[in-house]
Design a protein around this ligand. Structure first.
Ligand code: C5P
Length: 300
């Protein structure tokens, strides 16, 4: 086998409860991840050495070579196998870059799956999960897909039962936001307001809405503790979120550390209408529709 292509979805966080800052610089979370139908494709081709090429959505903003998380994933996998394998990774991006939809984590997860196959390693998912957790807090979920609760820094996952399909609209912003900067702003705001930081807990009504496939309730339960920080850093997001509510979204929130905003619709048709209204309102660089949950990385 000379080449393996893996398709991998983006995620949105349905609840992101951020606990106190830990000594290691991370925060304990309750992070309800939900994989949605916006996909990157990673093709791994046998080669001596490690290299990467990126095409598509904001490809020029993705780091090349060893700073690229997908290359880091391939190196970590080769290290785990104790061999100096080579690979060329070709990444076709549709997931917004630095958009709070775990695009880099998705590419890393796809690289792990593609190289595991290309190099004939046959490692089980549990082994890939361990390597993934060292690469980044969101990479284990990117290997899993579907809908899951992440605890710890988000890497300890429990899959959730979800009935049916939810329909989403995503408003893409110009430029990205650094995850570390948004967490630091969250800490700064909490300190400035003297907010007591509670231990993060999964919201039962949200989990019930997912189990029952109840979009109305899910819409009212969407919550992201990073949202005030993302809006503080990117003031224009307040208008984007307002526009979603004005145009009949069941709920709206900043996705992860932003700046992408997510809006829940009643149906596929409603998502199309909402997307058209948000495009007309001129509150985003681009507006796309998607559905979730979708499965994790798939070899195509
Ligand atoms: O794990 P990852 O490299 O994706 O995290 C990026 C940054 O996000 C971390 O350096 C940290 O500043 C912040 N973070 C955090 N708490 C988490 C996850 C990420 O503070 N649970």
């Amino acid at each position: 086998m000379n080449s393996v292509t893996v398709r991998v979805p983006a995620k949105v966080n349905l609840q992101l409860a951020v606990g106190p800052l830990r000594d290691d610089g991370y925060h304990d979370l309750v992070n309800v991840f939900h994989a949605v139908s916006i996909f990157d494709e990673v093709t791994a081709t046998a080669e001596t050495g490690m290299s990467v090429r990126v095409e598509g959505e904001s490809a020029d903003q993705v780091p090349g070579d060893r700073d690229n998380l997908a290359i880091k994933a391939a190196l970590a996998l080769a290290g785990h196998a104790g061999r100096s394998y080579g690979v060329h990774l070709f990444i076709r991006k549709s997931i917004p870059v630095a958009g709070g939809m775990a695009g880099g984590s998705a590419d890393a997860a796809a690289a792990l799956v593609a190289c595991n196959e290309l190099w004939g390693l046959g490692l089980p998912l549990e082994d890939l999960m361990e390597i993934a957790a060292d690469l980044g807090s969101d990479v284990p979920f990117a290997l899993l897909g579907g809908t899951a609760v992440g605890t710890g820094r988000g890497e300890r996952l429990t899959p959730l039962d979800v009935a049916g399909t939810f329909h989403w609209v995503f408003a893409l912003a110009d430029g990205g936001l650094s995850t570390a900067t948004v967490y630091a702003e969250c800490d700064r705001l909490r300190q400035a307001t003297g907010e007591r930081v509670a231990w993060p807990q999964a919201a039962e009504p949200l989990l019930a809405a997912l189990r029952e496939g109840n979009a109305e309730i899910l819409g009212t339960e969407l919550r992201n503790d990073l949202q005030p920080a993302a809006v503080m850093l990117r003031g224009s997001l307040a208008r984007t979120l307002d526009a979603g509510r004005e145009h009949g979204a069941l709920g709206s929130l900043v996705s992860g550390s932003g700046p992408t905003c997510a809006f829940l619709a009643r149906s596929e048709a409603h998502a199309g209408e909402l997307a058209a209204s948000l495009k007309d309102a001129g509150v985003a660089r681009d507006v796309i529709t998607a559905h979730g949950p979708v499965p994790g990385p798939v070899i195509v």
